[in-house]
Design a protein. Structure first.
Lengths: 326, 443
């Protein structure tokens, strides 16, 4: 018998999960869907656990859904925002993480504007670290909720063709989704202006096109926002938003009703996507937000229980209420 | 070695080093077992094993390899201004522990070494605390701001080893066009950090498949090579030689070869980390894999190794760049560029290039001694009777794990945690013992 405690698991990149791991989390999320249909939407699964949300970057969807996910599982939650906390007094990330860790949290959910912040956090805490987005690097729970949304709409991701359109360069969502979609057996084509598709990205097993017409072959059109806040001033990625919209904007004329349209939000209507498309029957944008809750519940559940049957502290894995009726 | 290198006075060694295998392509020894007598800090006698001790400290060097003391033409000693990261004493001790007899320090300090008082103060510090010979580059432009030239002749007269704005490129071609021919007035060479900021702005790592996957802004190889191309053209036009710092890209090697073909007198250096590692090492986002220029692709590494082997690159230089631990504990994107390298330079190159048979030991020794010495007009360390004792004894059979404690004041090594072969047992620099290992490490 192995007496060593199991290695702490983190979710920093979607690449931390293999296909079986992704499927396990998606199955758990599917189980939690039934909890969402109940009158009382709370289960006792993570009672006594503590989840700390540390957000160094503004967020609406992600922070609220992580907080609600933890609460629906009966965990205690603390939310820390960079503004108004000691980070504004010059405290380093390492010190902030060590300070939080003094309360012995089970999970630290971190969003940070800089690539590599969750990796640093994981070095300085005994908690499981969940990356809720680090700069232009990764956003693994967004990928999982997108996979959940596609599975619910189409039954499977295997064999689908997904076109990701827009600012790939500055998108952590694109990076997580490329890896996640490929792992689950989808074909992925990236579409956008040359400067916004990073050199070398083909190594991730994707096709690249600079023509918007390439989206017509896709089952799923995944639209990304122009991340102006991450662009360097004067870098001239595209001449103007007007020209971008004209050449790469996803408009009704460019998608068919049988194509599924997704967007991680926030949406810039009239730039990367027209209102007509965003509000159409093809659009799954609201489903994506909704999926965020059950998927983040599933991630917290998965990290705090060992998929082999024992949780990280040696207790027998409890069957989450809700799963038995799924 | 000359009046451009400075060190603290130390008692000249009297040693008899017995039975080491000597390797110095400069004098044509390639592994012969010989006894070496050092008397009053000079190599007094080299002979077949069995020389009498004659009262000298006898060192049993059976199984060890003696190399000339190494010369590093590119280190950062962080003084003045950041002595919590390094200073002349700690940096020169790290150099001695890495088998170096001489190092040349870059002027991107606070304040910048751009006028006589700062340089004089450094020289005086070296004269009181350096355990190996230390030379100091002065800046090319005042404050390294790329606008006005420093008083180059005055600084040369004061004892500068050469000129560099390292840490920054000389962005304006017009200033480079004035600096290059003026360097000839001083008799000293410019050593150039080549980077076009309009191509590398925001760059965090090599632009390629790994940066695309990580979402880090790319620092493309052409950001280096286009600037080398520009400066080669200026140097050719003005008829002046030049030295290129820390070459990292295959495109840059092509520029160096083209410059040679055009008859430009050009020398260049490559770091151990660019010779041994690639951008794959960055995948874990460890800030100790972040440096400028960045670790590049395997094809770049192959081009650098080929250039080192055939002489298109004539120097290995560490670009030893100490940083405080708290700075390197920041997220990758925020952490400063740079890694330490003095204590691991030869072992890394030996382990990754010599042992696998990519470059001959004699070639590496030449590129780490005579090559850099020639580029900067220094007397090369030689294992020859009559020469000052600049030598190091290596146990090339022993391996060590790279980890603290280091002799350097900083710990930001990109080789941390890895096993390297080649333990420096003894360094004699300028005739005095500068480093002596307590014991050999088994390996």
């Amino acid at each position: 018998m192995n007496l060593l405690p199991p290695a702490r698991r983190h979710l920093i990149s979607i690449g931390d999960l293999d296909r079986a791991g992704i499927e396990r989390i998606l199955e758990t999320a599917e189980g939690f869907e039934s909890v969402m249909r109940r009158d009382l939407k709370k289960v006792p699964t993570l009672r006594g656990r503590t989840v700390v949300n540390v957000f160094y970057e503004s967020s609406t969807r992600t922070s609220s859904s992580f907080e609600l996910a933890a609460k629906r599982l009966s965990a205690d939650t603390v939310a820390l925002r960079a503004s108004g906390s000691s980070t504004e007094k010059g405290e380093s990330l390492k010190d902030t993480i060590q300070t939080i860790s003094a309360y012995a949290p089970d999970v630290i959910v971190i969003r940070h504007p800089l690539v590599g912040a969750p990796a640093i956090a994981a070095r300085h805490t005994d908690a499981h670290v969940v990356n809720a987005g680090d700069g232009t690097h990764q956003h693994p729970t967004q990928c999982l909720l997108d996979l959940h949304t596609i599975r619910r709409a189409r039954g499977t991701v295997e064999g689908l063709h997904v076109a990701i359109v827009g600012d790939i360069m500055h998108s952590r969502v694109a990076r997580s989704n490329i890896i996640g979609f490929r792992t689950m057996g989808a074909r992925v084509t990236l579409v956008g202006p040359p400067a916004l598709i990073p050199r070398g990205i083909e190594a991730l097993g994707v096709e690249v096109s600079h023509e918007i017409g390439a989206i017509s072959a896709a089952d799923v059109v995944y639209v990304l926002r122009m991340q102006r806040e991450r662009m360097q001033e004067g870098a001239n990625y595209v001449p103007s938003l007007r020209e971008y919209a004209a050449l790469w904007g996803v408009t009704a004329a460019r998608v068919r009703p049988d194509q599924m349209v997704m967007h991680p939000g926030p949406v810039n209507r009239g730039v990367e996507i027209s209102s007509e498309v965003a509000d159409s029957a093809s659009s799954r944008i609201v489903d994506q937000v909704r999926a965020g809750l059950v998927v983040r519940m599933a991630v917290l559940y998965d990290l705090l229980t060992d998929p082999t049957g024992h949780d990280a502290r040696g207790a027998l894995r409890a069957v989450p209420a809700g799963l038995e009726v799924a | 070695m000359s009046e451009r290198l400075f060190r603290a006075p130390a008692s000249p060694a009297d040693l008899l080093i017995r039975g080491a295998r000597l390797v110095d392509p400069g004098v044509g020894v390639d592994g012969q077992r010989l006894d070496v007598r050092v008397r009053s800090g000079r190599i007094a006698e080299i002979g077949a094993p069995g020389l009498p001790a004659d009262g000298a400290d006898a060192i049993d060097a059976e199984g060890l390899t003696m190399l000339p003391g190494l010369v590093d033409p590119h280190v950062h000693l962080r003084t003045p201004g950041d002595e919590d990261e390094e200073d002349v004493e700690s940096g020169s001790r790290a150099a001695a522990a890495g088998g170096f007899a001489a190092i040349l320090a870059m002027p991107n300090t606070d304040p910048v070494v751009d006028c006589r008082p700062v340089l004089e103060s450094l020289i005086s510090t070296a004269r009181s605390s350096a355990v190996v010979a230390v030379g100091f580059f002065a800046a090319i432009s005042r404050g390294q701001r790329g606008a006005e030239l420093v008083d180059m002749a005055d600084l040369a007269d004061c004892g500068a080893a050469g000129f560099s704005d390292d840490g920054h490129p000389v962005e304006r071609a017009g200033l480079m066009r004035r600096a290059l021919p003026y360097s000839r007035v001083t008799g000293l060479r410019l050593t150039l950090h080549e980077e076009d900021p309009s191509l590398t702005r925001g760059g965090q790592m090599h632009e390629g498949a790994v940066s695309a996957g990580l979402g880090l802004h790319g620092w493309p190889s052409i950001g280096e090579s286009v600037m080398i191309g520009r400066d080669v053209q200026i140097a050719r036009y003005e008829g002046v030689g030049l030295h290129i710092c820390h070459v990292s890209a295959a495109e840059s090697v092509a520029e160096l070869r083209r410059a040679r073909d055009l008859g430009v007198e050009i020398t260049a250096e490559v770091t151990p980390h660019h010779l041994c590692l690639t951008d794959e090492a960055v995948r874990g986002l460890d800030p100790n894999t972040k440096m400028n220029p960045p670790l590049r692709a395997e094809t770049d590494r192959a081009a650098l190794i080929e250039a080192l082997a055939d002489g298109a690159i004539s120097c290995v230089a560490t670009d030893h760049a100490p940083h405080r631990a708290d700075e390197k504990e920041q997220p990758f994107q925020q952490a400063p560029f740079g890694v330490i390298g003095l204590e691991t330079a030869f072992p890394a190159v030996y382990t990754h290039l010599v042992e696998p048979g990519l470059v001959a030991l004699e070639t590496v020794v030449e590129r780490m001694t005579a090559g850099p010495a020639a580029a900067f007009g220094l007397v090369p360390p030689r294992l020859a009777v009559g020469a000052p004792a600049d030598l190091a004894l290596w146990d090339l059979a022993a391996a060590f794990e790279v980890r603290p404690p280091y002799h350097s004041r900083s710990h930001n090594s990109c080789f941390a945690g890895s096993l390297l072969r080649g333990v420096c047992m003894l360094t004699v620099a300028g005739g005095a013992v500068a480093h002596r290992a307590v014991r050999a490490v088994a390996g």
